[in-house]
Design a protein around this ligand. Structure first.
Ligand code: UDX
Ligand code: UDX
Length: 463
């Protein structure tokens, strides 16, 4: 089958960049990204390409090149489904906040709605691709909905999980370690797999495109995220021991990371991992294990999350303890709010939880993040529902200028590893602060001896 039209439901952090790159690399394929959120689609269509809703280095250029040529953003979901041969589902699958599996299972209501809509609209055979990270065997549910509510057309379901990391989405998409495509072993299934392989082959080497059965593909995504997050929780577990024993976690990470069997990546100790995937996917894995009665397996993976929650709490406790056991009415400047550098995404960012703890201690938080708005910062705190929105507004203020955020503060907490923080005039910042002036470097990005020579009292993670 020659693919000429693709549609993607969900114009988020995954759907948007992925489709932009497919459109750029496959000028012969028309790619339409649809979303229910009108504001988001309007932003994707903004004449000024700097205003697209998702910040990723290099994404604006790709959108500028392909948009209007073969890349389109629209709210007309029915029309896009009707015209497409391949439909990617890239809607969000948050952790359930209600009912059975609350706080753990993935909420699949948006996936089911998409499946029903595809079934209702489709008048010709379609390949439906799961792009969202889903519990293993979701494809079966999608297939059942499509086959039972459709108009008698044929559907093939593929699983094609996305491994891109935010902040490096464009390079990850242009240069993936691997592309994973899971499909049915039947002849039609294999044809569908081949159609998608042909799309990716426009820029990805054949030996990097891995094909498997649907279940292996679905489970591989959860497994990959669980393994990556486990490394961070493991090194973070060592960070506290380092502080107690005089070892330096950066040195320990370097020493063990040089063992090629362990490797150097994902060993950076931090205030804790955030992002839309790690916590959600591990909780989901825990829930799946439990539902098969595999309690030890569930407990094992849940510990990765428990360690991560502990690391965030430990960071805020250290701040309070060090500031003479009280932060009431003290200004504490946060450098960074995003869950990591080079993204404007704040989902599950450690900063939110650390701020929440410190506001409970009646601190005044001043936030500066190069890409996150004050409105978003407040919305993130409100979402926790710890206290009223009015009280949050009193406890936290955002600044457009980092120097103003730090002025008169008792302490600075580094929550995100933005490169620009390293280049600040730290002497000037020191002079504008209350004394003694503290830095709590939750990302270990600043140079301790430089900070100490200026006069700061510096506390890194695990060192
Ligand atoms: C999402 C999932 O969270 C993740 O598990 C998966 O791997 C990829 O898709 P992300 O792209 O980061 O990740 O989510 P988000 O930025 O929230 O985008 C989802 C979009 O889908 C939103 O813009 C939302 O408006 C849209 N959506 C959601 C629909 O268009 N229709 C729906 O029914 C539900
Ligand atoms: C992750 C996976 O890397 C990606 O393959 C998957 O598709 C989606 O989930 P992402 O959440 O975008 O991607 O970011 P990632 O770079 O993995 O970072 C996750 C969190 O871990 C961030 O808060 C980051 O700061 C933190 N982290 C990462 C550490 O604390 N230490 C490290 O060594 C690495």
């Amino acid at each position: 089958m020659k693919i000429t039209k693709i549609c993607c439901i969900g114009a988020g952090y995954v759907g948007g960049p992925t489709m932009a790159v497919i459109a750029q690399k496959c000028p012969h394929i028309q790619v339409t990204v649809v979303d229910l959120n009108e504001e988001r689609i309007a932003a994707w269509n903004d004449e000024n390409v700097e205003n697209i809703p998702i910040y990723e280095p290099g994404l604006d250029k790709i959108v500028a090149e392909a948009r209007g040529r073969n890349l389109f953003f629209s709210t007309n979901v029915d029309q896009a489904i009707d015209e497409a041969q391949i439909i990617f589902i890239s809607v969000n699958t948050p952790t359930k906040t209600y009912g059975k599996g609350k706080g753990m299972a993935a909420d699949l209501k948006y996936i089911e709605l998409c499946a029903r809509q595809i079934a209702r609209v489709s008048k010709s055979d379609k390949i439906v691709v799961e792009k969202s990270t889903l519990p293993v065997r979701t494809a079966e549910a999608i297939k059942s909905i499509l086959d039972n509510t459709g108009n008698g057309v044929q559907f093939q379901i593929l699983s094609n999980p996305e491994f891109l990391a935010e902040g490096t989405a464009v390079t990850d998409l242009l240069n993936p370690d691997r592309i994973l495509i899971g499909g049915d072993s039947s002849e039609e299934g294999q044809k569908a797999i081949q159609a998608l392989v042909d799309v990716y082959s426009n820029w990805v080497a054949k030996d990097k495109i891995l094909t498997t059965n649907v279940w292996s593909s679905e489970l591989s995504k959860l497994t990959a995220n669980a393994f990556l997050a486990q490394r961070i929780s493991s090194i973070n577990a060592m960070s506290e021991l380092c502080e107690k024993t005089g070892a330096d976690v950066n040195e320990v990470a370097k020493a063990i990371g040089m063992d090629s069997r362990i490797g150097s990546k994902f060993l950076k100790s931090s205030v804790g991992f955030g992002g839309s995937c790690f916590q959600k996917d591990i909780l989901n894995l825990v829930y799946i294990a439990k539902s098969y009665g595999l309690n030890e397996v569930a407990d094992y993976w849940e510990q990765v999350i428990i360690m991560n929650d502990y690391q965030k709490r430990r960071f805020s406790n250290t701040i309070v303890k060090t500031l003479y056991n009280t932060v009431a009415d003290k200004k504490i400047a946060f450098l960074g709010w995003a869950f990591k550098k080079d993204t404007n995404d704040t989902r599950e960012s450690a900063a939110i939880y650390v701020a929440d703890d410190l506001i409970n201690e009646q601190a005044n938080i001043a936030v500066y993040d190069p890409k996150v708005s004050g409105k978003k910062v407040l919305a993130d705190l409100d979402y926790l529902e710890t206290r009223s929105s009015e009280k949050n507004k009193k406890g936290i203020v955002s600044f457009e200028d980092p120097y103003l955020a730090c002025k008169d503060a008792h302490a600075i907490a580094v929550l995100t590893e933005w490169d620009e923080f390293k280049g600040y005039d730290w002497k000037r910042i020191y002079e504008s602060m209350q004394k003694p002036a503290f830095i709590f470097d939750g990302r270990n990005i600043l140079n301790r001896s430089e900070m100490e020579s200026i006069g700061f009292i510096y506390q890194g993670i695990g060192s």
